[in-house]
Design a protein around this ligand. Structure first.
Ligand code: COA
Length: 258
């Protein structure tokens, strides 16, 4: 199973993305599994909060699964972006607190997933970035919107246009990450400690706080539609075919701007 659920006595649901052979990249099965778990968490009163993490110590999530990109039509790409956007919005709008415990690479869809959570805690070895441009692509699961919301437009554009990976400490300095700790064990401990504190508060006040904060960042006020359209437009270019093929063939892409 690419999405593992565990539940502890505090009422925390720990959701672990687990595809170790692909650095926990989000393929279709993983996205579907994640949606099922989040929908269940909305409905099941046993779960009072969610900690979202990646299996192991190397990767949180290394992005959408690039190997599933190779045969996409423009229409399918648009649908894929909308599917990712709606799943991540479901996470963002969850009335129960959602903490991302980022245990390694959080790239592309992984960074977007972490940003959809209500806060982010990371280990020192975690790396953040939106490297889609290296594939001739753009972020498609809300990254063009949430990164700008979290770190400001200038820094967001620098990260999206360069595709640079930044360290957990740099991510903390620009406001992308709330706290950085040394080890995986410390990560799990701090995530639970923050969750336990939130779980002592009134659940309705927590839910209403999330709703009120999110109201300022509604879908209709933002460029999510434009993101999905431009994500789809990028997938019919030669550059996208070259970028994804080069990744799979483990070589540098040669872009022509076509
Ligand atoms: N989609 C599909 N497979 C992925 C993946 C992704 N996003 N990220 C990593 N993998 C796979 C690799 O293809 C490799 O598989 P293989 O062993 O069958 O060749 C395996 O995971 C391990 O990755 P590898 O690249 O060998 O590890 P590394 O330590 O050398 O590099 C990264 C780690 C994260 C820098 C590198 O994997 C990477 O750049 N990944 C893609 C990140 C990205 O562009 N994400 C956005 C996608 S839109």
């Amino acid at each position: 199973m690419p999405v593992i659920k565990t539940h502890n006595s505090s009422g925390t649901l720990v959701v672990t993305i687990s595809r170790p052979d692909a650095l926990n990249a989000l393929n279709e099965a993983t996205m579907n599994g994640l949606r099922d778990v989040i929908q269940e968490a909305y409905q099941n009163d046993t779960y009072r909060g969610i900690i979202l993490t990646g299996d192991g110590e190397k990767a949180f999530v290394a992005g959408a699964d690039i190997k599933e990109f190779t045969s996409l039509t423009k229409e399918q790409a648009f649908e894929l972006a909308q599917k990712g956007q709606s799943l991540f919005k479901l996470i963002e709008d969850c009335p129960k607190p959602v903490i991302a415990a980022v245990n390694g690479f959080a790239l592309g869809g992984g960074c977007e997933l972490a940003m959809a959570c209500h806060m982010r805690i990371a280990t020192e070895n975690a790396k953040f970035g939106q490297p889609e441009v290296n594939l001739g692509l753009i972020p498609g699961y809300g990254g063009t919107q949430r990164l700008a919301q979290l770190v400001g437009r200038g820094k967001a554009l620098e990260l999206i246009l360069t595709g640079d990976m930044i360290s957990a400490q740099e991510a903390k300095a620009i406001g992308l990450v709330n706290h950085v700790v040394g080890t995986r064990a410390e990560l799990d401990e701090l995530a639970q400690k923050i969750m336990d504190k939130i779980l002592t508060k009134g659940p309705l006040a927590v839910a209403l706080s999330i709703k009120a904060v999110n109201a300022g960042y509604g879908f209709e006020k933002n460029g999510y539609q434009a993101e999905a359209e431009n994500f789809a437009a990028a997938t019919v270019t030669d550059d996208f075919r070259e970028g994804t093929t080069a990744f799979i063939e483990k070589r540098k892409p040669v872009f022509t701007g076509k």
